[in-house]
Write a new protein. Structure first.
Length: 318
């Protein structure tokens, strides 16, 4: 009995694989990743500690996936998730991953009669005209903008999941993930929390886009993993579910909090123009997750930042 985690060498994937190995001692965990943004060295500790139950396959989900094990669950986390990774020359690769890759994994779920969970994103809401964002809100996305490869790719991936459920009866799950942070983040991934912490730790100018009043809601990765597994364990929930921390912070508030936690830093804030289509507000409505999954985040930003700063402090000087 095996669980497949596509994108398992990425930030969320590593944390998910680790938890699944700790909690499912009778199952094998298969990590499938093309190592575009993930790194094998990041999952080496899992291979060392769970040699008999953790298996790695280097493969791109855009290729036909063939696995000989009896797969019962598939988590599709395979897609670059930071603008640094998916914009520019990698935009088409991102679209292919979201569409061709998702179809390939859905076919695998159909073949094995396995459950499949699709990691979607809060970015499908675009520049929201509804706040907080409920799952019924259909979004406001620029279909030809620089972020569209990711936003629209994920929207299409949701459609693929819905059709595989309607047409073939595949047990599909869709989770819309809001800003997540924590251990095993890549120090160079370009996400706002890694950027700010790394800059403050190294006494570099702190990059803030716009005037810093735009908001985000930050969920610690341990909480998110609990939500992913809770959704996977449900029956008959095939519609999207928001997972995120509904506590909203401005970027300026985030910067101040990080600076307070690293008081020895000499970093100063520098402001730059806001990137195209960067959303001004982001906050999940998690009423469905509370009611249907009995889930809500437990780790607040201050505690999560302490853990993340400690981790990144070690990574920056390796």
């Amino acid at each position: 009995m095996s669980i497949l985690v596509a994108g398992g060498a990425g930030f969320i994937g590593i944390n998910l694989c680790k938890y699944l190995l700790e909690q499912n001692k009778d199952k094998k965990i298969i990590c499938l990743d093309n190592l575009y943004t993930g790194k094998f060295k990041n999952i080496q500790f899992l291979k060392n500690n769970y040699e008999d139950r953790f298996f790695f396959i280097k493969e791109d989900i855009c290729n036909k996936i063939q696995i000989e094990d009896n797969i019962t669950e598939i988590y599709n986390l395979a897609c670059p998730a930071s603008p640094v990774a998916y914009q520019g020359q990698h935009a088409l690769d991102t679209i292919k991953t979201c569409i061709i890759g998702t179809i390939n994994l859905a076919e695998l779920a159909r073949e094995y009669n396995a459950k499949i969970l699709q990691a979607s994103t809060s970015e499908i809401y675009g520049e929201p005209q509804e706040h907080p964002q409920k799952e019924e809100y259909r979004g406001n996305v620029n279909t030809i903008g620089i972020r569209a490869c990711y936003d629209e790719g994920k929207r299409c991936a949701e459609t693929i999941m819905a059709e595989y459920n309607r047409i073939y009866g595949v047990d599909t799950k869709i989770v819309r993930i809001f800003n997540t942070y924590g251990l095993y983040m890549d120090k160079n991934d370009g996400r706002v929390i890694t950027n700010i912490i790394s800059q403050v730790l190294t006494n570099k100018d702190i990059t803030v886009y716009g005037d810093g009043t735009q908001t985000r809601s930050f969920c610690y990765v341990d909480d998110l993993v609990q939500g992913l597994i809770s959704l996977m364990n449900t029956d008959n929930i095939h519609f999207p579910i928001n997972l995120g921390n509904p506590k909203e912070f401005t970027i300026n508030e985030l910067v101040k909090l990080v600076q307070e936690k690293i008081p020895e830093s000499t970093s100063k804030v520098t402001f730059y123009p806001l990137p195209q289509d960067d959303p001004s507000r982001r906050k999940p409505c998690i009423n469905k997750a509370k009611k249907m999954l009995n889930w809500q985040p437990k780790i607040q930003l201050s505690e999560g930042l302490d853990k993340t700063i400690k981790y990144l402090r070690g990574e920056l000087w390796k």
